[in-house]
Write a protein that binds this ligand. Structure first.
Ligand code: HPA
Length: 276
């Protein structure tokens, strides 16, 4: 295991700085179906994860594996085209390294997106859910191990991980764009297997509205580091037992691709309002 340390993050920063001196204000993580969002932005530089020494590389089909630096609606952004997941075999420290790196490069706001299974009976496939809280108890904390004091405190507060002002901005943007926006609690499980109907019933009783295999660990690491965090899930399918058909990655991708134009519009409109 690679030891999480400030020195490791600094080394990644220096690898990126060999290619660009761009200082982003906002970091955007693109989930399934959104990989090409960056293509509509104004590019300044691209850095492949493979160009950063010791950096985790995504193995999921459809995840590109690079940082895109440029302007979205005039806002200086670093966009992660493809994230790494815990189920790929990386440690939690490695999974959150990209978020810590984007923060160290200058980004103070983190905008997370993902595809998720819908648990709430009010959700349909293709809906968007503003994340207003999360349940992290089914995956290890990315903060386990020696605390990196340069990033944050040993016992960080998680009372409000998803910033209220950013949530208001996203709600307002959705309404202006005539895009329906649901709201709810996201729970992260390890994956890679989808859940059983029994697990979905349990998660529902615990108060989860959507389930996925990412995002929460990134939000925790970002909050630890003092970033302002927000996130939106694309409900790509109804969760196991609620859906009448077996779940598949193909279904997740198909729905995510189908609603991607609206998702991109919502992200652009929201980012525009997040300019500092
Ligand atoms: N479960 C877990 N992760 C997911 C799902 C799901 O139903 N859909 C998309 N990601």
């Amino acid at each position: 295991m690679l030891i999480p340390s400030w020195e490791r993050i600094e080394k990644c920063v220096s690898d990126v700085r060999k290619k660009t001196d761009f200082v982003p204000e906002l970091a955007l993580v693109l989930g399934s179906g959104l990989g090409d969002f960056a293509e509509s932005a104004e590019a300044v530089a691209v850095v492949n994860y493979s160009e950063i020494d010791g950096f985790p590389v995504s193995t999921v089909p459809g995840h590109k594996g690079r940082f895109f630096f440029g302007y979205v609606e005039g806002v200086k952004c670093v966009i992660m085209q493809g994230r790494v997941h815990y189920y790929e075999g990386y440690t939690m420290e490695e999974v959150v390294l990209p978020v810590r790196l984007m923060n160290a490069l200058g980004a103070e706001t983190l905008f997370l997106t993902n595809a998720a299974g819908g648990i709430s009976p009010t959700f349909s496939a293709g809906d968007f859910m503003l994340i207003n809280g999360h349940i992290s108890s089914f995956v290890p904390s990315p903060l386990i191990g020696k605390n990196i004091d340069r990033l944050g405190v040993r016992f960080p507060d998680m009372s409000e991980v998803y910033d209220k002002n950013l949530r208001e901005i996203i709600k307002q943007s959705a309404s202006e764009q005539n895009i329906a926006l649901k709201e709810g609690v996201y729970v992260q499980l390890t994956g890679p297997n989808f859940e059983t109907p029994q697990e979905i019933k349990m998660l529902s009783m615990l108060g989860a509205d959507a389930v996925g295999m990412s995002t929460v660990c990134e939000a925790v690491a970002a909050k630890h580091a003092g970033m302002s965090v927000c996130g939106i899930s694309c409900i790509s399918n109804l969760a196991a037992g609620i859906s009448k058909t077996p779940l598949s990655h193909a279904e997740v991708s198909e729905t995510a691709d189908r609603v991607a134009p609206d998702f991109k519009r919502l992200i652009s409109a929201s980012v525009k309002k997040m300019k500092k």
